[in-house]
Design a protein around this ligand. Structure first.
Ligand code: AMP
Length: 223
């Protein structure tokens, strides 16, 4: 199974990707994670992208595409995968279509997670991430047992720079300007499944599983 998760920041793409990975044994490919690793490792790409990411802007296409192609060359994708955070604009979607065409692969589902701005802001501004194992927590929705400390490895939790309110507002603007047009792009390809992602993660995951058992695509009416 090959899945693209589409939707604004804070819609729960990362959370649903983890559930899909655990339940269906798929590789989870998050371009945000690949980029954050490049920053943490202080690679040439990492040094270039940090300021874009801190402000909540998209990093240049060529850099993210380079990381994605490298990731798609690993063996684990043969069991199927979830793309989380890619594509983020039409140019990236076109590159992805070509990569898949060249490899004789296709995307089975594009799942569009729809969430409202107040829900998004509440989720992102309360998110805390472990500085060591990258586990995610939330100050109210999923607080750690001990404030500021990771339940899994005992390391310090921090707030991502792009989860601060000004950057969140910019990410939402960027989403509307650059990414939202992908809804139409995948609608035209008859691949789009839309769902209300304002609910808690387990409920949204149930809806995604319903799509797999009863795939009712959104189909464009005949012109
Ligand atoms: P995410 O973890 O998906 O929210 O991504 C965090 C940040 O990484 C984004 O705000 C962008 O700066 C950058 N990023 C992730 N994926 C992409 C992409 N496909 N294209 C451009 N920038 C990206």
């Amino acid at each position: 199974m090959r899945i693209i998760l589409l939707g604004p920041p804070g819609a729960g793409k990362g959370t649903q990707a983890k559930l899909l990975k655990e339940n269906f044994n798929l590789a989870h490919i998050s371009t945000g994670d690949l980029l954050r690793k490049a920053v943490a490792d202080n690679t040439i790409i990492g040094k270039t992208v940090k300021s874009y990411m801190d402000k909540g802007n998209l990093v240049p296409d060529n850099l993210v595409i380079e990381l994605l192609k490298e990731r798609l060359s690993l063996q684990d994708i043969n069991c199927g995968f979830i793309l989380d955070g890619f594509p983020r604009n039409v140019a990236q979607a076109q590159v992805l279509d070509k990569v898949f065409r060249d490899r004789n692969l296709n995307i089975d589902y594009v799942i569009y997670l729809k969430a409202d701005a107040p829900v998004i802001i509440q989720r992102l501004s309360g998110r805390r991430v472990c500085s060591k194992c990258q586990a995610n927590f939330h100050i109210t929705n999923m607080p750690p047992k001990k404030e500021g400390i990771c339940d899994n490895c005992g390391s310090h939790l921090y707030q991502r720079n792009d989860d601060k309110v000004e950057a969140i507002k910019n990410r939402l603007k960027v989403y509307l300007k650059e990414t939202a047009s992908l809804i139409g792009y995948y609608l035209k390809q008859n691949k789009l499944f839309e769902m209300d992602a304002n609910f808690p993660a387990p409920l949204v995951f149930e809806k995604i599983k319903n799509v797999f058992s009863n795939p009712t695509r959104i189909v464009l009416p005949d012109p």
